[in-house]
Write a protein that binds this ligand. Structure first.
Ligand code: SF4
Length: 154
C-alpha cells in the first residue's frame, strides 16, 4: 500500500481506516504473536498420521485410556529416582495436556506440578488422574455435539 507523505507511524492507522471503510474488521496489527505448541502424547509432533500421538473426539473410552497410559512423560527411569529427584513436568506432554486443556484452576495445576516435582506423585497415578479428566471432558464435549447435531445440514 502506498500512502504518499505519511509518517511511518501513521501508516497502520490509515490502513486500518481503509480496511474499515471497505467492510473489513479493522483489527489492530500485532507486531508479533507468540505460540506454544503442545507436543503429541508420544512427545514428538502431534499428527493425525500418528494415531498414538493424538486423542480424537469420537474415540472409545478404552482407547483413550490406553493412549494416555502409554504416553511419554517427564518421569524418571525408575520409581526410586522419581521419588528422589521428582519428575519434570515442563517436559511432560501429559502435564501440558492438563495445563492447556484439562485443568482450569491454577491452584489445582500448581498442586499437580508440585506433587510431580517433589516426587510425591508417580506417573502411573498421574496418568490415571489425567485419563479421568480427559474422559470427563470428552463426555461433556460429545454431549454438546449431540445437542446441536440437528442444526447441521449436509
Ligand atoms: S508425574 Fe505427571 S506431570 Fe509428572 S512427569 Fe509424570 S506424568 Fe508428567
Amino acid at each position: 500500500m502506498d500512502i504518499p507523505g505519511s509518517a511511518c507511524s501513521d501508516v497502520s492507522a490509515i490502513a486500518r481506516e481503509i480496511e474499515l471503510s471497505h467492510g473489513g474488521f479493522g483489527f489492530f496489527t500485532p507486531s508479533s504473536t507468540y505460540h506454544r505448541f503442545i507436543p503429541g502424547l508420544q512427545g514428538g509432533k502431534m499428527s493425525s498420521s500418528i494415531p498414538e500421538s493424538t486423542i480424537t473426539f469420537q474415540e472409545p473410552d478404552e482407547a483413550v485410556r490406553k493412549k494416555i497410559m502409554a504416553a511419554f512423560t517427564g518421569g524418571r527411569p525408575t520409581l526410586a529416582e522419581q521419588k528422589e529427584l521428582g519428575g519434570e513436568p515442563d517436559k511432560c506432554p501429559l502435564f501440558l495436556l492438563n495445563l492447556f486443556h484439562m485443568v482450569e484452576d491454577d491452584s489445582e495445576l500448581d498442586e499437580i506440578r508440585n506433587r510431580c516435582l517433589s516426587g510425591e506423585m508417580m506417573c502411573g497415578q498421574c496418568k490415571k488422574e489425567t485419563a479421568e479428566r480427559v474422559l470427563e471432558f470428552l463426555r461433556d464435549f460429545r454431549g454438546k455435539m449431540d445437542a446441536v447435531e440437528h442444526l447441521v445440514s449436509l
